[in-house]
Design a binder for this molecule. Structure first.
Ligand code: NAD
Length: 491
């Protein structure tokens, strides 16, 4: 089943494959709950080496790459990702348990991301008039060495979201994938070298967040931290970055609302809403995990939704027809199941799911599969309505009018995404603008594309990825003031 998967994966530091001082740890395939391969783990000296290599490349070889050269190698890097789609998607599926169709789309998404940033390597400044004989101009300088720390739910995609802008801006990186899902990050660093990106520009270190990740974030050689992960971890990262006043961008958790008005195309909205929660088994930061439904259509919409949720094809992640694979680990399975139980204890009604699917063939019977689940009649203060479950579980809550819908949508600490379904154009605008979230879709569950800013309000994060404005987060504005009179200007 694991075919071309290597027996061991090494880290990439300064262009070399490195065993590291932390030994090896098993990488698990969660769909079969068995070891897939082994990966090298870093110790502190390895992190020091990676940061030093990134620093050397930043002021050395990489600094010689102008905008055109950076664009050229980014495009080559993107092409290599496309050429290796089958291998990368298969690795992602075997390591994360996700359905191969989604994994292929995510690999293409990673290539698209680099392509987008390849067209944003010319960082221009401004010419600004001052008073009297003074004028000034600004340039944008790369911020330096970036620590990029990414989660396990979209390993290759989240890595590309950070590599693209960092390289476009002329920065170098030390990338730390999640401990459980390091394989495609390692392959990305190898492909970067093949694309002609100099050694030391993209390094990958592997290891536990609280040790390797925390050491990297606190490292005096790191200028900026770009983090994606849980809100609780984001808080720790901010504290650790405070000592060095490091630049920090955070893409954190979500509990995104999906508001359905009574005039919506209910059939279409139900299909879209099923995708918006169950894609990647609900392990998606922008998962629309809270259905907020007008009371007039509450029962009808839930009937439509539940019928479709029951038909989601769950099983063999390598089968191209599969829509939902397994969760990332048995511990994530326990966490999700614990939330469902807590919802039921608090009075929610289980409409479907809430268990392991029956009759999965070998070798998947021991895998971390969880049925698409609907919890209805959920009050906004219940834990399942407030906390990020990060699994295939949606909650449903009725509303009476527009004001209540908006209040329910906003009554959480998160603000990453949202969707509004209605045929009333003015209402769609009013409600979308009132939802405190980074991105709100109107009559579409798709809310994230290259070029469109993505990020969170409130405790869902700081900064925006995927867009031209992202480059502001990887650059410093440098201002030069010029006195053009023939005398020294001395106020
Ligand atoms: P996590 O916070 O546990 O881990 C994320 C990364 O941080 C991992 O690489 C981990 O090893 C590292 N880490 C953990 N503790 C650390 C520490 N003290 N110092 C430095 N690094 C540390 O998150 P996860 O469980 O891997 O991922 C799921 C979370 O990611 C969810 O909350 C999800 O919403 C969020 N997410 C957000 C976005 C977004 O764009 N907003 C995208 C994907 C995932």
């Amino acid at each position: 089943m694991s075919g071309d998967v290597r027996q061991r994966y090494l880290m990439v530091i300064d262009g070399e494959q490195v065993e590291g001082g932390g030994g090896f740890r098993p990488v698990i395939n969660p769909a079969v709950n068995k070891e897939l391969t082994q990966v090298a783990v870093a110790n502190r000296e390895d992190v020091d080496r990676a940061v030093a290599a990134a620093r050397k490349a930043f002021t050395g070889d990489w600094a010689k790459f102008g905008p055109v050269e950076r664009s050229r190698v980014l495009l080559k890097f993107s092409d290599l990702i496309r050429e290796n789609t089958d291998e990368l998607a298969r690795l992602e599926t075997l390591n994360v348990g996700k359905a191969i169709a989604g994994a292929k789309a995510e690999v293409r998404g990673a290539a698209n991301e680099l392509e987008f940033f390849a067209s944003h390597t010319r960082l221009t400044g401004e010419t600004l008039p001052g008073s009297g004989s003074m004028f000034s101009y600004t340039t944008r300088q790369p911020v330096g060495v970036c620590a990029a720390i990414v989660p396990w739910n979209f390993p290759i995609l989240m890595a590309a979201w950070k590599i693209g802008p960092a390289l476009a801006a002329g920065c170098t990186l030390v990338l730390k994938p999640a401990t459980a899902t390091p394989l495609t990050a390692i392959r990305l660093a190898e492909l970067a070298l093949e694309a002609g990106i100099p050694p030391g520009v993209l390094n990958v270190v592997v290891g536990p967040g609280t040790e390797v990740g925390a050491y990297l974030v606190s490292h005096p050689g790191v200028d900026k931290v770009a983090f994606t992960g849980e809100t609780t971890t984001g808080r720790e990262i901010m504290k650790m970055a405070a000592d060095g006043i490091k630049r920090v961008t955070l893409e954190l958790g979500g509990k995104s609302p999906n508001v359905i008005f009574d005039d919506a195309d209910l059939e279409g909205a139900a299909a879209a809403s099923v995708w918006a929660i169950y894609y990647n088994a609900g392990q998606t930061c922008e998962a629309r995990s809270r259905l907020i439904i007008h009371e007039k259509v509450y029962d009808k919409f839930l009937d439509l939704f539940t019928e479709k949720a029951r038909k989601v094809r769950i099983g063999d992640p390598l089968d191209p027809e599969t829509q939902v694979g397994s969760l990332v680990s048995t511990s994530q399975w326990q966490r999700v199941d614990g939330y469902v139980k807590s919802g039921l204890e608090e009075g929610a009604k289980l409409l479907c799911g809430g268990r392991r699917p029956e009759g999965l063939p070998e070798p998947y019977a021991q895998g971390a599969f969880y049925e698409p689940t609907v919890l209805a009649d959920v009050g906004i203060k219940m834990r399942v309505a407030q906390e990020e479950i990060f699994g295939p579980v949606v909650t449903a809550t009725p509303f009476k009018d527009e004001a209540e819908a908006i209040a329910l949508a906003n009554d959480v600490i998160y603000g990453l995404a949202g969707t509004v379904f209605t045929r009333d154009g003015a209402r769609a605008q009013r409600v979308a603008r009132s939802i405190k979230a980074g991105t709100v879709g109107i009559n579409t569950p798709f809310i994230s594309f290259p070029g469109i800013p993505f990020g969170g309000f409130k405790q869902s994060g700081i900064g925006r990825e995927r867009a031209s404005q992202t480059l502001d987060q990887y650059t410093e504005t440098h201002t030069i003031l010029i006195n053009i009179s023939d005398r020294i200007y001395n106020p």
